[in-house]
Design a protein around this ligand. Structure first.
Ligand SMILES: Nc1ncnc2c1ncn2[C@@H]1O[C@H](COP(=O)(O)OP(=O)(O)OP(=O)(O)O)[C@@H](O)[C@H]1O
Ligand SMILES: [Mg+2]
Length: 372
């Protein structure tokens, strides 16, 4: 069992009666890269502020390295925060910005120079110590903020949307650098973002939040492939939500009627005959065939005969590596399908108006209880 550096037990926080964090519990492993992911206002920043000691919990308790943090001032917690706004001191050089915390902590000047140099080197700014913050790009200022936060080797680094001000390319670059830095330092990182791709790229585990609560905690793959409810499924990536009803059990599979068509589905959850369900499929999970080919090819017809939804292609969208199809199923349900593009083909294989059969391999679906 990995050592738990943070244990959060049942914490709550309200502002003027409005709940920002609601009875939330969570443990973080030593050296873990954990991301809080959720929409605006779901309580991510509040969580970081509670961890950093900038706010006190209304109830519950936070433990860092086993010690309760109630009443402990931010500067006495083994935690540093990188705020979204960087908050560099504009009138101090890069070097002095990074050295500031060490000076305050009373580290001897002879040691400070070496530590600052090391921190600046880690963020690849060793040549820039004498510059002023105003003479740096956004990405460089961001790296100064990170150097300043890691220079005194906190146990935990809290990062609040640290890359949201950067352009797309720089953000991608910084994500990799930050991940690399975390591996090098072995410090526990807790990142806040509302960007799913960023969360997935960087994290060991992702915490999906909604209205001050945790909806799911898991590895990026668990969150994407096995969402625990519709909220999580919708928040990460594109999802098709088909309606179904369980019609029976068949070994470790269930018989179901999905959008009016009998199919066999798998689920780790248990269902009974008559249960209404959602059957979730990502756009890339579907396999699509033009109908006349299904008829012409007896093998395909046989394979798909059990589990085929029928529909009509409404639009095709060229996306580069893939192309998307909007399909309306015969019962009126609209779905999004993503197909790989055959670069040798002269035209797209599917066209608006095509009658198609849509299937998937049993087990690729996620079956959830109907949320009403
Ligand atoms: N100082 C405060 N006073 C009053 N309400 C606050 C305060 N700070 C946060 N809130 C409220 O608490 C809730 C959670 O806010 P929080 O800043 O934690 O959200 P967030 O997930 O970080 O959102 P964003 O992605 O927009 O930064 C929101 O409804 C917000 O309005
Ligand atoms: Mg915030």
């Amino acid at each position: 069992m990995a050592n738990k550096v943070i244990k959060i037990s049942d914490i709550s926080k309200s502002y003027d009666g409005d709940i920002a964090v609601k009875k939330l519990s969570l443990s973080v492993d030593d050296g873990e890269f954990l991301t809080l992911l959720g929409p605006s206002g779901c309580g991510k920043t509040t969580m970081l502020r509670l961890l950093g000691g900038f706010e006190e919990c209304d109830g519950g308790e936070i433990f860092l390295d086993g010690k309760p943090m109630t009443g402990i001032e931010p500067e006495n917690r083994p935690v540093n925060t990188v705020f979204q706004s960087y908050a560099l001191f504009p009138h101090m050089s890069v070097y002095d910005n990074v050295a500031f915390g060490l000076k305050i902590a009373g580290i001897p000047a002879s040691e400070i120079a070496g530590e600052v140099k090391k921190a600046l080197k880690l963020v690849r700014l060793d040549e820039m110590g004498q510059r002023m913050p105003g003479e740096l790009s956004g990405g460089q200022q961001q790296r100064v903020a990170i150097a300043r936060a890691i220079v005194n080797k906190p146990r935990v680094l809290l990062l609040d949307e640290p890359m949201s001000a950067l352009d797309y390319r720089l953000r991608k670059e910084m994500q990799k650098e930050l991940k690399e830095l975390q591996r090098t330092l072995g410090i526990t990182f807790i990142l806040v973002t509302h960007d799913q791709e960023e969360a997935f790229t960087m994290s060991d585990r992702v915490v999906v939040m909604n209205k001050g609560c945790i909806e799911q905690i898991g590895t990026p793959r668990e969150i994407y492939e096995d969402p625990s409810n519709l909220y999580v499924a919708r928040f990460v990536g594109e999802i098709n939500i088909l309606d179904g009803i369980i019609t029976g059990k068949n070994g470790c599979s269930f018989n179901a009627e999905v959008e009016g068509v009998p199919v066999s589905v798998k689920s780790k959850r248990d269902f009974s005959e008559g249960d209404k369900v959602h059957v979730l499929l990502r756009p890339e999970d579907f396999r699509v065939e033009v109908m006349h080919e299904v008829k012409d090819d007896p093998e395909l017809a046989e394979k798909f005969a059990k589990a085929l939804l029928k529909g009509t292609v409404e639009h095709t969208y060229y996306k580069g590596a893939t192309y998307d199809l909007d399909i309306t199923l015969d019962d009126g349900k609209k779905i999004l399908v993503s197909e790989f593009f055959d670069e040798d083909a002269e035209t797209l294989y599917f066209h608006a108006g095509d009658r198609v059969a849509v299937g998937w391999f049993e087990g690729w679906e996620v079956v959830l209880p109907h949320e009403g």
